[in-house]
Structure formats: structure tokens, C-alpha cells
Design a protein. Structure first.
Lengths: 376, 376
């Protein structure tokens, strides 16, 4: 049978056209180990934009309306279609994480225990009124926590925690983070303060520096400043950071960080080595705010690494017990360390207004949109 | 007291001038655990060029003569001086490895046992007539092996073996190698055949493809061919190679290899993931034949890594027993798997002739020069 629901779908056609729609759909009745959740809050994260917008050129976006709600279309440059061949001509649900109230539960004890509870959930397709999902993908929220407070429980908090876990597992002692004024960046400032880990925040504007210093950040360097590289070397020398997480990916930033790490590490070297310092310097690219190619000048010796870092891959490597420990910490600190801030709340239809769509690309500046599918 | 010797020295002045000279020097008397070796063969490896030439612009090279032999000078672009600040205004000996006859030995049994023996040695400063060095840095050669046969015993053989050790340690099943027609590349072809490891050889010219096929190489792709990327994807699919060692470093090659690995890996994917395949793809840069920046288009998902790979760092991580095992194998297979070929033998003075210097930069094409300091 199932229950009727409305949800956002994204389709990239093989003709090079992106179409976003709100469509009528059906949330299946829950299996024994499943629940059906009325979604009341789901954030639009940078990590949602890849699926939502693909490589479409949003400057070509135009809007129309059907009986079900708005339809947005935009052109995809033909050269970029090969990179998304696997999803062409499929209508895909969108939205990684969210929170809401359990309105139906399967027969298992675990499912029944959630009936009526406010839960956070992860697993895609969250931009919908009703979502049927496995109990294991839900986390019951402490009483007094609203769906809006619990909506961003997974991607940002576990990414921030995952960065610290990675730092410890790979033997580094301090961290560098770029696009550091983002919601995730602010969370990381609070988390590192709580855990006593030194953090070098790289921001792109003086106003962002003020914001982070207001949160107690000790090391903030502004990449728009003429003194950027010297400032970064100083901060790296002061902290000993040899691991960076870069949200931008493109351009010279990752290479500049490696180069400044090398300068900080080799400053005290007793003997010249043309292979550079023996201390391993690592940058992980975990986002792609800058889609341009990554450029490395390789002026940082031979002891270096650059790589992709993906939350799901990290969690898989970390194993069940670690993940459970991290989830428990998120639940306990949702309103403090892991609190998210939204600048706008929209309905499903509102999420597809051209004005809203234009906002999403600017999220790293502090703009963050929350979808409330139960609002119309 | 010591013994008089003549050796090649390289000096980069803080004024931006490279000077290469043959100078009079002295080989100290051997300490108890040392020997003095009359060097009869020492190769000019790509890994020697960094110390020998630094970042000098060799198109500006000019030659003169002193009583001791030739003097070569060349200009170093001012912007590149900061990268070599640690060696400025120091007269540095050159030459990583070599072979010769032990002419004096310290009092220890280990040193005395080498007296009169032909040995290979490692440790820098090999472009000299006499070199005093620790016994631990020597390897006695099997009888019937000449210094010329034993001169390239360390850098190339242990790099080739180190690539295979790294492959196994990091869970890959096959290898990609660039600049594959080099002496090292030819060695790797023979080694992989002997060990039953699939190897994808990337060369830059059709003639190099023929050379490697003549050695029994199965997968050779020519980066100058219009079909290069398609050929590479085919070879990567056939071999399952997810690890590459890149000697060039600069330009787009490393990124193209990651991209083709991703295409080979995701070809059979059942479901679309915008984060790409979950198989980790790794490229190590171990040389810098192309000094231009490395450019990554990042069209290869999130499960990837790029990093520096340095023989000395590998050996340090590998530990004594592994290194001993690898050295024993090199000694046993010096005339077969690990045989090197030289296109020219020169004296110390001959090594500094402008015509010889012009050759060194072309080594990856098969040109390889051997210095015999005992020849005049």
C-alpha cells in the first residue's frame, strides 16, 4: 500500500539537460526493521549539491510550474556529460540527512520503540514528506531536541570527528582546515577547542577571520592577505600541523599548504637535503568548492601525500564500534559542539525557487538552507 | 694522513651561479670499520642530477680549464635559489653509488675481509678516485663481476624492488610505470616478468615501445599516440593495476593515470556513485623529469592518492631484514635482472665536458653515462 508523499527529484538527461521537480511518490509500508518518518528538517549541504545539480551551468536555469509544483531546468555542458554517464536519464531522489517524527513502525521491537519519537536519519532521499528507512539508519534524539536541531547530525559532525580520528590514526598532532568559516569549519573550531587540538583555520576574507576568532579560534590565516604564505608558515610552525583537510580542491591552495608545511618543517634542519624534510606532510581533499584543476608546484620535498577523503569510506574503515562512539558523542553534543545554524528555512517547492538555488553555491560563506518538507 | 684523490665538486653560489670542478682532495685513512676504495665505475643517475646541476639553466653553461681540470659554470634563475637555500656556497661532492677495488682497510675483521675485493658502495661522493667509507655501505661482489657491472647496484635495483614491495604492502596487484624505457624501466620489465607481476609500461615514443616489447613487455602504451588514454584504460582493465610510479612528476600524466584507473575500475560498476569507485587508486611520484607543476583534473572520484616516493624513506620503513633480503637478491642477479647498460664511459674530466653534460638530461631515453675516475 504505502503512503503518498511528495519529494524532490533530479534528472540529468543524455541530451544535456538538468531537470529538478517536486513529484508525487509513495513511501512504502515499513518492513519489520523499518520505520516511516515524517521529515521536518533536512539541510542542503555542499555534499548534496553534486547529486542535486550535477555539473549543470546554473546561470542557464529557468523555472516553470506543474500541478505538483515548480520545475527547474538548466543546461549541462556537453563535455561534462561523460563524467556523470552513470546517472543519465534516471530520476534520482536527493538529500543525504534529515530529522523528523516516526509516524509508522515495523513489527520489530527496535522499530516499535521509535514510534512517535523524533529521530535523525541518514541514507539519501530526505527531501521528501515521508521517508521509510531502516532503524539502523536512524538515531533517536534526546528529548527536547527539535528536528531542526537534529537535521545536520551526520555529515558535518561525523566529518569533523572523522578529521580528528584520521589525524590521530595517521600520527599527526595538529590540523589545517580550509573554507574554515563554513558550518563544518565552525564546528571543527569548537571540537578542536574541546579536545585540545591545535587548528589552523584558512579563510578567504577578513570578516571570516573575525567570525572564527569570535568562536575562540587561535590560528586564523586569510588567503586573500598579501602576507598569506608567511602567516601560514608561522601558524604551521607554532602548531606543528602536518595534516590538512581542504574543502576547495582546485587551484593552488593544497600545494601551497604542502609548501608552507615543508618550509615550517625544514626551518630547523641541520643539514641540507634536496629531498626536503623527512616529516610526512599530508593534504586530503574532501570537497570540491573550486572545480578547477589542482595545481602542485612540488616545492615541498618528497615526503608528502595528497588524496581524496570521503566520509563514507572513512566510516567503513573505522568500523562499527568507532562509528557508534562517534554517533553517541554527536547525540550528546548536538546543541553545543555540533550545533548548526541556518540562514533560511524553505518548503520543498521553496527549495526549487531560483533565488534559493542561487544561495546554495554560496554556502561556504555561512549561508545555509534548511528544507522543511512538512511546511507548505 | 690520508691519500690524495681527485673528485668532482658542485657549488651553487648565492649569486646564482653553478660551478662544477674537478678538485684535489684527500681520502682519509680508514677507521677500524672503514675501507678505502679505488672507484672504477660510478653511474650518472637521474637522482644524481639534482645535486650535480641543481636548478641551473644548462643552456647557459660554459667551460674553461684550470690546472686540476675543467671548470663548468652556468646560471641559476634567481627565482629558483630559495628552493636550494640549504646548499648555497658549499662545495659538495657528488655521486650516489659506484664500485671499485678495496685498496686499504681498517683494523676490524669485516674491513680486513674486503681488502683486494671488488665492492659496490653507496653513500654519496662517488665521483672521486678514492673513497673512504664504512664497511656497512659496501657490498662485496661475486667473483667475476667487474666494477662496471656492479656500479649501478643500489639506486635502480632497489628502486625497482621497492616498487614491488610497496605494491604488495599496500594491497595492489599490478603496476604502472612511466618513462618505462629508462634503465630502471627495463630492469622493472625483467623483474616483473620474473616475479609474475603484470606491468603497464608508459613510454613516450614508438621506438621505446619496440625496445620494451623486445624485452618481453606485454603491456606498453605510448603517450604520444592519439589513442593513449583508450590504450591505457584497456591495459589497466586487463591488469587491474591501481598503483603507478611516475618518474616525470610534472604536467598531466599522473592525473591522467588516476583518471584512466578510475574508468577501468568503474566500467563494471552496478550502481552510479558520484564519488566514483571505492577502489583506492594511487600514484607515487619518484622522479622529476618534468619540472613543470603537476596538474590534476580530479575526474577520478574520491578514492585516490598521490604522493612522493623516495628510496631512502622506503628502505628506512622497510627495516634491516627486508633491505638485506633485497640486497642479496641484487647481488645474485646483477648480471641478469639488474644488469645496466651504458652508452658512454668517461673520466672525471670527461664527465664535465659540455657534450657529456648535455647527455645527462636525456637519460630516460636510454642514454646512460658511466664515470670511471681511474681513467684519464
Amino acid at each position: 500500500m504505502g503512503r503518498p508523499t511528495r519529494e524532490i527529484r533530479s534528472t540529468l538527461s543524455s541530451k544535456g539537460r538538468l531537470e529538478l521537480r517536486v513529484v508525487q511518490s509513495e513511501a512504502p509500508d515499513p518492513a519489520p526493521d523499518e520505520v516511516t518518518v515524517r521529515i521536518e528538517a533536512s539541510p542542503i549541504n555542499p555534499s548534496d549539491l553534486g547529486l542535486l545539480l550535477g555539473p549543470a551551468d546554473m546561470s542557464t536555469a529557468s523555472a516553470s510550474t506543474s500541478d505538483d509544483g515548480p520545475i527547474v531546468t538548466a543546461e549541462v555542458p556537453e563535455t561534462l556529460l561523460a563524467g556523470v554517464a552513470g546517472r543519465l536519464d534516471q530520476s534520482l531522489p536527493v538529500g543525504n540527512e534529515g530529522a523528523g517524527v516516526v509516524v509508522a513502525a515495523g513489527s520489530s521491537d527496535a522499530a516499535q520503540a521509535l514510534l512517535g519519537r523524533t529521530v535523525s536519519l541518514i541514507g539519501g532521499g530526505m527531501y521528501t514528506e515521508l521517508r521509510t528507512i531502516k532503524v539502523a539508519q536512524c538515531m533517536a534524539l534526546p528529548s527536547g531536541t527539535t528536528p531542526a536541531e537534529g537535521a545536520s547530525w551526520f555529515v558535518n559532525p561525523l566529518t569533523a570527528l572523522g578529521m580528528l580520528e584520521t589525524m590521530r590514526a595517521e600520527g599527526h598532532e595538529a590540523l589545517v582546515h580550509t573554507a574554515a568559516a563554513s558550518n563544518l569549519g565552525q564546528m571543527l573550531v569548537k571540537l578542536c577547542t574541546a579536545d585540545g587540538v591545535e587548528l589552523v583555520n584558512v579563510v578567504r576574507r577578513p570578516a571570516q577571520e573575525e567570525l572564527l576568532r569570535g568562536l575562540g579560534a587561535k590560528h586564523v590565516v586569510d588567503s586573500s592577505a598579501a602576507s598569506f604564505e608567511a602567516d601560514l608558515v608561522s601558524a604551521l610552525s607554532a602548531t606543528g600541523a602536518t595534516l590538512a583537510f581542504d574543502a576547495t580542491g582546485g587551484g593552488e591552495l593544497a600545494g601551497t599548504i604542502l609548501s608552507c608545511m615543508e618550509r615550517a618543517q625544514s626551518a630547523g634542519a641541520a643539514e641540507y637535503s634536496r629531498y626536503g624534510s623527512t616529516t610526512h606532510k599530508q593534504v586530503y581533499i574532501y570537497g570540491g568548492l573550486d572545480r578547477s584543476p589542482t595545481l602542485l608546484r612540488r616545492d615541498f620535498g618528497m615526503a608528502w601525500g595528497l588524496g581524496g577523503w570521503l566520509l563514507t569510506a572513512f566510516l567503513q574503515r573505522a568500523g562499527f564500534e568507532t562509528v557508534q562512539r562517534l554517533r553517541d558523542r554527536v547525540a550528546a553534543e548536538l546543541k553545543t559542539t555540533f550545533a548548526s545554524h541556518y540562514t533560511k528555512e524553505v518548503s520543498l517547492s521553496g527549495a526549487l525557487e531560483l533565488g534559493s538555488l542561487a544561495l546554495y553555491g554560496r554556502q561556504a560563506t555561512g549561508e545555509k538552507v534548511l528544507i522543511n518538507p512538512s511546511r507548505e
